[in-house]
Design a protein around this ligand. Structure first.
Ligand SMILES: [Zn+2]
Length: 331
């Protein structure tokens, strides 16, 4: 009896192993072209990181908002940055984080919002901002800081209860990744390494985008933190790694070279807005009656969602119905 059980067990083990390998293969295929992130921990020491690939969602943002190459580079960084900030949220909940960058540069206001489910949306005030370049180590790069300018970075965390928590820091570089690291240190007391890269091709298309955030957890040794800093310094730019086809879990091996990496969670990422015609209708309903009457006179209205560029059309008849509802409600 005992013997047979052991025999069955090994058969079962073999089956489970095959199944695990097949699931791994399926996951690899599923995430071949999709955006996703991995949360990793080091086995030996308390270091944690979130590494993300955001190429598709940055490209979708570019197309939706008809962004210039410079605006694509800035919004792509902000969207990726907001996703990295979701590491402050509870995985898989309705919690969300909003990143707002108000600088005096030509791009104007930059806003990105991400939730714990991996959905992100955002916009820039000036989608046509021209290209600024600078040279760094002999390479021509977008001068993100010049487009953004000097100003303030604000993070609003909505944890799903009470008033959202809001905190601001002055922009230290306008390069976004450094500014997020500064925010985490000053406002959250979390020393972090943050890196974000968006590679925009000749035609303006996003060729590769992604980022990582790495932090020591309480109890991490000084030696481990030093090793992490050393690894971060010698890593090639993250956008180049992604362009080469490196996956987030492979990038985690470079980030935590010298440690044993454990994958803790996997999250699919997408550009997604929660707007709808119903929400746009609510906006019209809140308008002064005089303005609604103007729109009716014009024969219809188109309401554009700032966050995703989606347009909602309302016919004259629909507007009249909204006006009726408004007047009924006010009596
Ligand atoms: Zn929208």
């Amino acid at each position: 009896m005992e013997k047979k059980k052991i025999g069955n067990l090994s058969q079962r083990e073999q089956f489970v192993k095959e199944l695990t390998d097949r699931v791994k293969d399926d996951l690899k295929k599923y995430f071949l072209d999709r955006d996703y992130g991995v949360v990793v921990l080091t086995k030996e020491d308390a270091l944690r990181a979130l590494i993300v690939r955001t190429t598709n969602l940055c490209e979708i943002a570019r197309l939706r908002h008809k962004l210039s190459p410079m605006a694509t580079a800035v919004l792509g960084r902000a969207l990726t940055g907001a996703i990295l900030l979701t590491s402050l949220l509870k995985h898989g909940t309705q919690q969300r984080v909003l990143l707002r960058i108000e600088g005096d540069g030509p791009i104007g206001l930059v806003v990105a919002e991400a939730n714990a489910k991996g959905e992100v949306r955002g916009f820039v005030q000036n989608p046509n901002v021209p290209t600024f370049v600078k040279e760094e180590n002999g390479r021509r790069k977008f001068d993100i800081g010049k487009a953004v300018g000097r100003g303030v970075l604000t993070v609003v965390k909505d944890l799903g209860f009470g008033t959202p928590y809001e905190s601001s820091v002055p922009l230290v570089s306008g390069e976004i990744a450094q500014d997020i690291a500064y925010y985490l240190l000053k406002s959250e007391q979390i020393p972090s390494a943050v890196s974000i890269g968006v590679l925009v091709g000749e035609t303006g298309k996003v060729e590769a985008a992604g980022g990582f955030i790495a932090q020591p957890l309480p109890g991490a040794s000084e030696k481990a933190v030093e090793k992490l800093e050393e690894n971060v310094k010698k890593m090639p730019p993250i956008s180049s790694l992604i362009k080469e086809g490196k996956r987030p879990e492979e990038i985690s091996e470079l980030l935590f070279e010298g440690f044993t990496v454990e994958l803790l969670a996997l999250k699919e990422l997408s550009f997604k807005c929660k707007c709808s015609k119903e929400i746009a209708r609510g906006g019209l309903l809140a308008m002064p009656a005089e303005e609604l009457k103007e729109l009716i006179k014009e024969g219809g209205a188109s309401i554009k969602c700032n966050f995703c560029g989606e347009e909602y059309f309302f016919t004259k008849e629909e507007l009249e119905e909204i006006l009726n509802e408004k007047e009924k409600g006010e009596n």
